[in-house]
Design a protein around this ligand. Structure first.
Ligand code: NI
Length: 136
C-alpha cells in the first residue's frame, strides 16, 4: 500500500523577476510588482510530498525526522533570508519565479530521497499563488 507523507517548511527570501533584455515596461507587464528594481520579499511555504510503500516492519514510508533534516539542511539553509538573484548562484542565470524555485528545490531533494519513493514539491509564493512540480 502506498501512502503520501508530507512535510511543511518555510523560508523567507527576496527576488526580482525580469528578463534581462526586455524593457522595464515589458517586464512590468508580465511580472508586475515582482519586477520592481529594488527587490522585495516573499514568505514562501513549502510542502514536500513523499509517496511510497509503507514498510512492513516500521509502518512508515520515510523517517519524518530525516525528511525534516534534509529540508532544513539542503533547502532552508540555502534559501532562507537570502536574495535569490544575488546570493544563490543557480539564479544568476535562471529567473527566480515560483516555478523555477520549485524545480530547483525538487532537484535538490530528489538526490537525497530514496528513488523507491515518488517526490512532489508544492511551493506557495503567496497564500493564493502556488506551483507544484513532480519531475518531468
Ligand atoms: Ni515577487
Amino acid at each position: 500500500m502506498k501512502v503520501t507523507v508530507s512535510r511543511k517548511a518555510h523560508f523567507n527570501a527576496a527576488h526580482r523577476l525580469f528578463v534581462e533584455n526586455w524593457s522595464d515596461e515589458k517586464n512590468q507587464n508580465l511580472f508586475g510588482k515582482c519586477s520592481n528594481s529594488n527587490f522585495h520579499g516573499h514568505n514562501y511555504e513549502l510542502i514536500v510530498d513523499v509517496r511510497g510503500e509503507v514498510d512492513l516492519v516500521t509502518g512508515v514510508v520515510i523517517d519524518l525526522k530525516e525528511l525534516k533534516d534534509i529540508i532544513k539542511n539542503e533547502v532552508e539553509e540555502l534559501l532562507d533570508h537570502k536574495n535569490l538573484n544575488l546570493d544563490v548562484p543557480y539564479f544568476k542565470k535562471v529567473i527566480p519565479t515560483a516555478e523555477n524555485i520549485c524545480i530547483f528545490i525538487w532537484n535538490i531533494l530528489r538526490d537525497k530521497i530514496s528513488n523507491d519513493n515518488e517526490l512532489s514539491v508544492t511551493l506557495y509564493e503567496t497564500p493564493r499563488n502556488f506551483v507544484k512540480y513532480s519531475g518531468n
